[in-house]
Design a protein around this ligand. Structure first.
Ligand code: CA
Length: 748
């Protein structure tokens, strides 16, 4: 441990010294794009171009040059971290031996499809070049589904190291290794010591953090090494890493609370070794998934992973016989050995087995794995014939259920934290599987740009100050204007608050009455609150009353921005009352717009009465592309009376399998006299279309429309129990299987 720390110290010292040296090379100081272009034109081996500190706005930097080994052309910041590239900007370079360092991209986005590109045209690629100590922070297109790639590697022998990437909010891979032409294959790139910081849930395919290759070139070799990177809460979609080429190595990386997996989607001969997946029991955290041939997954440590289906801790897929290049190659001669799986819930073999994916794994092994824990005592799911996988030397705890006897032994469960704070079994067992030292190969401090904070952008409620707000006209608006992220606006017990203007919400705000009688909120505008990009709302113990709303169709209490939002929002309604949203027709509680996305919407212990619209409409993505509007919905302990539209209308169309959500819980809910408005096109009080995980329990529906369930792709988990329909439509479903108990219908 001490030795290891010393080692890091010296590595740190070397990095420090390196940058200290580069500082001393003043080079040609350029102050604007014109001077930059002149300097680039005459660059020869050894030329150092230094960008002056300050904000460089709307600059597309193009650097073509030929440096030499040991004598590169350098582009650097006058002071690392003090050159801010903003607005409509990007950087592209090509040639030989080019080294770029110290630049920060923020407050803008690229007008092209790449922010940092290792090419200046289709034919002009960068080789033997390096990008280091740079930052891309929230450099995100405001159009959520206008896709781009932050870093695109082309050419050969390039190194991308010690960079920080945080907060990509729009569609597109954070870092991609491209292989379109011969000149970019067998590239030997090295991607190391980078910090991949928090990335929000995209709510669609296309949110991968790292991709190597594409299906089209996936049977060619990339030979890229991805090592010693720290992936911190990258949650874009279910593939954190999508490997789609041959000959790549993933070693010594840490995946901290990431929702998703390292997926060997295409390509053969991949090595996945000594990676640490720390799920810490967070939802949807996954591990490693094998597809294709000659894959090796060994000595990985997987802790606290809760992901199921394709997102399990360890997954081996079934393939498609003679698979087309973009489907699923059969698993052949692949090895999943010597891994340590602790307190993780799912291991799936022959996953995805169906009529199309009928080719079972062959010539493969599952050996010497430790699978220990008490979070799920039956972690294995075996979907098909596993006779093509050899099992031996695996260990499970004695109270766990073995998938079969052959190749497994059982021990008593005894886990303790080791000196490195990781939960481990006895040394004897660790030695038995030849795992070696159990320790994180890198820490957060070892990675990323050395001058930039790695705290990400977690936006949460109740982290700011409490601001008392007096009853009256527009006092809430004033308080919101003067508030900061996480502040709590404390309303007066029983007070009345009227708003004559829209309340625009740009950061998380709580509006609460701590105890006693609810405060009453009214608005003279079409919406009470508009959640703009970056906004989030939490209400507690307030009464929303539609009495002062304008006499026009289509009012609402809360709406999202009308425009695309590249930051997810969330909404909590807790212990509230909603009444008389009945000025004209179609008065909704929550109105969402296209290309907006909620991480969570919770309605808890709330009563809503007399509403001419819907409680929540989350069905704006109608193109069936697997895009949707909300990840988690909870409606708990609440009562709805006389809602003409739907209580919840959630729609996720398409057959794409790349997302976890939508995830919904409806429990302890009463619905009376609802859903029967002539404008309720969905014809149900609860409509779940394409919901991936659904739990409906203890719901009483009286004199109302029913529940409409439409199960789509994947293996949605659907549990419906204790539902009573009284004089109501009942439960209608398409004919996919689901789990239902105690549904009582047709009561009068
Ligand atoms: Ca994907």
């Amino acid at each position: 441990m001490v030795l290891k720390s010393l080692k890091y110290f010296f590595v740190g010292l070397m990095i420090f010294t390196f940058f200290s040296c580069s500082q001393e090379e003043e080079g040609i100081l350029v102050n604007d794009l014109r001077e930059f272009k002149i300097a680039v034109k005459s660059a020869t081996p050894g030329t150092v171009i230094t960008m002056a500190n300050g904000v460089w706005e709307n600059v597309e930097l193009r650097l073509k040059g030929i440096g030499e080994e040991g004598n590169p052309i350098k582009l650097q910041a006058e002071t690392p971290g003090k050159v801010i590239i903003s607005g409509q900007s990007n950087l592209a370079f090509s040639g030989e031996y080019i080294e770029i360092s110290g630049l920060v991209f923020k407050n803008g986005y690229t007008p092209t499809s790449e922010v940092i590109s290792f090419k200046t045209s289709k034919e002009e690629l960068a080789n033997n070049s390096r990008v280091t100590n740079c930052v891309i922070d929230n450099f995100t297109n405001p159009e959520r589904f206008d896709g781009d790639t932050w870093i695109a590697l082309y050419g050969k022998n390039n190194r991308f190291d010690h960079n920080t990437m945080i907060g990509k909010g729009n569609r597109g891979v954070t870092l991609a290794v491209k292989m379109q032409t011969e000149e970019s294959r067998e590239n030997n790139h090295v991607i190391e010591f980078n910090y991949f910081g928090p990335r929000q849930i995209l709510g669609s395919n296309g949110g991968e953090t790292l991709r190597v290759g594409t299906s089209h070139y996936s049977r060619m070799y990339s030979n890229t090494i991805i090592r010693s990177n720290y992936f911190d809460r990258v949650n874009g979609e279910h593939e954190i890493i999508s490997n789609k080429a041959c000959g790549n190595e993933f070693r010594d990386n840490v995946f901290f609370e990431c929702q998703g997996t390292l997926t060997m989607r295409h390509g053969h001969h991949t090595l996945v070794e000594n990676n640490y997946f720390l799920g810490n029991r967070k939802p949807n955290t996954g591990g490693i998934r094998i597809i294709n041939e000659n894959q090796t997954v060994k000595k990985n440590y997987l802790f606290g992973l809760t992901g199921h289906r394709f997102r399990g801790a360890l997954v081996i897929m079934n393939g498609v016989p003679n698979s087309p290049i973009n489907r699923y190659n059969q698993v052949v001669d692949s090895h999943m050995d010597n891994n340590m799986v602790i307190n993780s819930d799912y291991i799936q073999l022959c996953a995805g087995s169906d009529e199309e994916r009928s080719a079972v794994p062959v010539g493969s092994t599952f050996k010497n794995n430790l699978i220990l824990g008490n979070t799920n005592l039956e972690p294995f799911t075996i979907y098909d014939d596993v006779s093509g996988i050899e099992f031996s030397g695996n260990v499970m705890n004695s109270d766990a259920k073995l998938p079969f006897q052959q190749g497994f032994e059982q021990v008593s469960l005894d886990l303790t934290k080791n000196a490195n704070s990781l939960l481990v079994p006895s040394q004897e067992l660790i030695d038995k599987i030849e795992f070696g030292e159990v320790n994180l190969p890198i820490s957060k401090a070892d990675v990323g740009a050395d001058y930039y904070a790695k705290d990400g952008t977690e936006r949460t409620f109740n982290t700011g100050t409490t601001i008392p707000v007096l009853p009256g006209e527009d006092t809430i608006l004033e308080a919101i204007t003067n508030s900061s992220s996480g502040d709590i606006l404390e309303l007066e017990n029983g007070g009345e608050y009227l708003m004559t203007k829209y309340a625009f919400v740009n950061h998380p705000i709580s509006i609460v009455v701590p105890a006693g009688e609810k405060a009453k909120l009214l608005s003279e505008k079409q919406s009470f609150f508009k959640i703009e990009n970056g906004g989030a709302l939490h209400f507690k113990n307030v009464l929303f009353d539609g009495a002062e709303s304008p006499d026009q169709a289509g009012n609402n209490v809360i709406s999202t921005s009308k425009y695309s939002m590249n930051q997810n929002y969330s909404l909590i309604i807790e212990g509230c009352e909603v009444k008389d949203l009945d000025k004209n027709h179609s008065f909704d509680f929550l109105k969402s717009y296209k290309h907006t996305f909620a991480d969570s919407i919770n309605i808890i212990n709330t009563t809503m009465t007399n509403v001419t619209g819907a409680v929540m409409t989350l069905d704006m993505e109608v193109e069936d592309l697997g895009i949707y509007n909300v990840e988690n919905v909870k409606i708990v302990g609440s009562t709805f009376n006389g809602v003409l539209g739907a209580i919840a209308n959630v729609y996720r169309g398409g057959t794409d399998e790349s997302t976890f959500g939508p995830i919904m819980t409806v429990s302890d809910v009463e619905i009376n006299n609802s859903g029967k408005g002539k404008r309720n096109k969905v014809g149900a009080v609860l409509r779940f279309h394409g919901v991936q995980k659904l739990k409906v329990d203890n719901v009483r529906v009286r004199d109302s429309k029913g529940i409409d369930l439409f199960l789509t792709n994947g293996e949605p988990i659907t549990k419906i129990s204790n539902i009573t329909f009284i004089n109501s439509t009942g439960l209608t479903t398409n004919d996919e299987p689901y789990e239902a108990v105690n549904i009582v219908s047709n009561l009068k």
